[in-house]
Design a protein around this ligand. Sequence first.
Ligand code: SER
Length: 315
Amino acid sequence: MGKILVIGASGQLGSELVGGLCNFYGKDNVIASDIHESGDFDCAYELVNALDPVRLENVIKEYDIDEVYHLAAILSAKAESNPLASWDLNMDSLLIVLEMGRRKIVKKIYWPSSIAVFGPSTPRISTPQYTVMDPNTVYGISKLAGERWCEYYNQKHGVDVRSLRYPGLIGYKHAPGGGTTDYAVDIYFHAVKGKPFECFLSPETELPMMYMDDAVKATIDVMQAMADQVKIRSSYNLSAFSVTPESMCDSIKKMEPDFSISYKPDFRQKIADSWPVSIDDRQARKDWGWKPRFDLEKMTGAMLDSLHAKLNTSD
Ligand code: SER
């Protein structure tokens, strides 16, 4: 097979997905890229600005790339502080990669979508695959438009593009990076350092979440599926479990009894309130066999163990 290029590899998802791809395909077959001079990866690394089609095409040709995982994006909360630049990055970079698919420069494309495609008029419990979508964040609007472009390029030009609507993703390798669901990452970073945590969402705000290992597995699974199994070419609903800050705190306290939390909701509360509480992902389960492995308790154990180990080695 040809090689795999990950764009936006140093971000929250990329920093875990690159490792997963290296384990699955071998590190000689994976090239990480981002806008930083260098990256901390076991595989090759290239500086690539996702908005530079010439540089991107050169790297694709140099390494004989078949598959692109295009992860570069500005997340929901951060995008609100710079809407137009965020729109440009989130949209233009996707169109650059889809065009490479249309021109047959790459054979397969992965692009992440999000629960942010839903909005205040969407049914919030067990949100269906097909439903009202009225996102009210720049990030959500760009993800919904991106989904439509993915399906368009698939139907009009036969581009093999695949996508998942991730819930909030929780992993230990990367510090939180501007998302509304990021309290659920930050809370664990505070817990292992023995620090109290001030949450920017209210205690009862329930959102769908997923442990990073499951997200990496889902991503590799949907990319591994036969093309005719991947019936949805906009983006698949994907679910693991739903949590509130309060239930997450309770779960942490079982292992870190002294952990304490306080609440100070800010502008991110309104974003969270417009997103689903739970997701119906039956189509992903049916089409390509999706099944999560981590629930809240299992994830809390994994997060605290991994973060303690990380903290000890950095001491
Ligand atoms: N986790 C993302 C965010 O909060 C949503 O996909 O922005």
